[in-house]
Design a protein around this ligand. Structure first.
Ligand code: ASP
Length: 329
């Protein structure tokens, strides 16, 4: 009897405590961490840092830091957040991998539908096929004929099965009917270093990180993955994949924020309010625009719209990935 009274008292005070901490969120002495499942310096990392800066601004300067928990195609970082305390201080910032990894991994250690609270999508990013600086092709037509006459010898880098670069590279190979050797990295930043150094031949990645390298003449650019040409000065003369003859080839990568399942509703509301203000911050918009990305400003900024969209992307990519027959354990 005495035991159940004590338990009741503890449970009641825990409930009060939970409520109080949710009301006070974010506590002045507690940093919010965005777990970023790829290496620092890549496009997803950049989008996360831009968002962290704008969200911090609208949250009265509250400290938001990035934790690069890279590896296993982004699943290590996502799993870290799926298992983290649901208190609003550990969040996941990731991209399309949230929808593609469930089809690529035989044993993904988390469930994208059940283990996360959806906080909103923030940006979309086209992709760009680029090559090492000494590649013996300068146009998409030359690249296609070089690829066709070098079957079995070409390698293409990516951030692991199910990553954005892998999806794009996989579509490129299947549309062209040329198999290439996939070289996985922990993210775009280390992959880019090896591409610039000539250790790999090709990469298809978000424009945010390809643009500076094209401007610096460190890589060759061949095509973009949007249905129409892009306006950014570095890419405006680039053909689309479709113009280059690769029918139905379009890929757009989206990025968003997640909390562990069970995060209190008042905390989720504060985070979503901050996210919606951040995507209207002119500084955030300017930075995305400079990288060829666009800011999302629709129902997908809200938890329900975000979740519905991600689940529709899971359904869209599943058969494409299945037919490619590529799996990770
Ligand atoms: N762009 C990478 C990908 O292919 C990840 C990164 O942002 O580093 O998924």
């Amino acid at each position: 009897m005495r035991f159940s009274f004590v338990s009741f008292a503890v449970a009641a005070s825990a409930a009060v405590c939970l409520c109080a901490s949710a009301q006070d969120y974010p506590a002045a002495n507690k940093t919010i961490t965005f777990v970023l499942p790829y290496a620092a310096g890549g496009p997803t990392d950049k989008a996360a840092r831009d968002l962290a800066q704008s969200m911090s601004k609208v949250m009265g300067g509250h400290s938001i830091v990035i934790d690069n928990a890279a590896g296993a195609s982004g699943s290590i970082g996502a799993n870290k957040v799926a298992k983290a305390n649901a208190d609003g201080y550990t969040l996941l910032f990731t991209h399309i991998a949230q929808a593609t990894l469930p089809s690529f991994f035989r044993n993904l250690p988390y469930n994208v539908e059940k283990d996360f609270e959806y906080l909103g999508l923030v940006s979309e990013n086209p992709m760009n096929l680029i090559g090492r600086p000494n590649l013996p092709a300068n146009t998409m037509a030359e690249l296609i004929s070089w690829a066709q006459s070098n079957k079995g010898k070409i390698n293409i880098s990516n951030a692991g099965p199910g990553s954005a670069s892998h999806l794009c590279g996989m579509l490129f190979q299947s549309t062209l009917k040329v198999d290439m050797t996939s070289v996985p990295y922990k993210g775009t930043a280390p992959a880019m270093t090896d591409l610039i150094g000539g250790q790999v031949d090709l990469m298809c990645d978000q424009t945010t990180t390809t643009i500076p390298q094209i401007e610096g003449k460190k890589v060759k650019s061949f095509a973009v993955t949007t249905p129409t040409r892009l306006s950014s000065p570095a890419l405006k003369d680039m053909p689309t994949m479709q113009e280059a003859g690769l029918k139905d080839f379009t890929v757009t990568i989206w990025q968003g924020l997640y909390a562990p399942k069970g995060t209190p509703a008042p905390v989720l509301k504060k985070l979503n309010d901050a996210l919606k203000l951040a995507v209207k911050d002119p500084e955030f918009i300017r930075k995305q625009d400079a990288g060829g990305a666009s800011v999302i400003n629709d129902a997908r900024n809200d938890p329900a719209g975000h979740k519905a969209f991600v689940l529709s992307e899971v359904t869209k990519w599943a058969p494409i990935i299945k037919s490619a027959g590529v799996y990770a354990d």
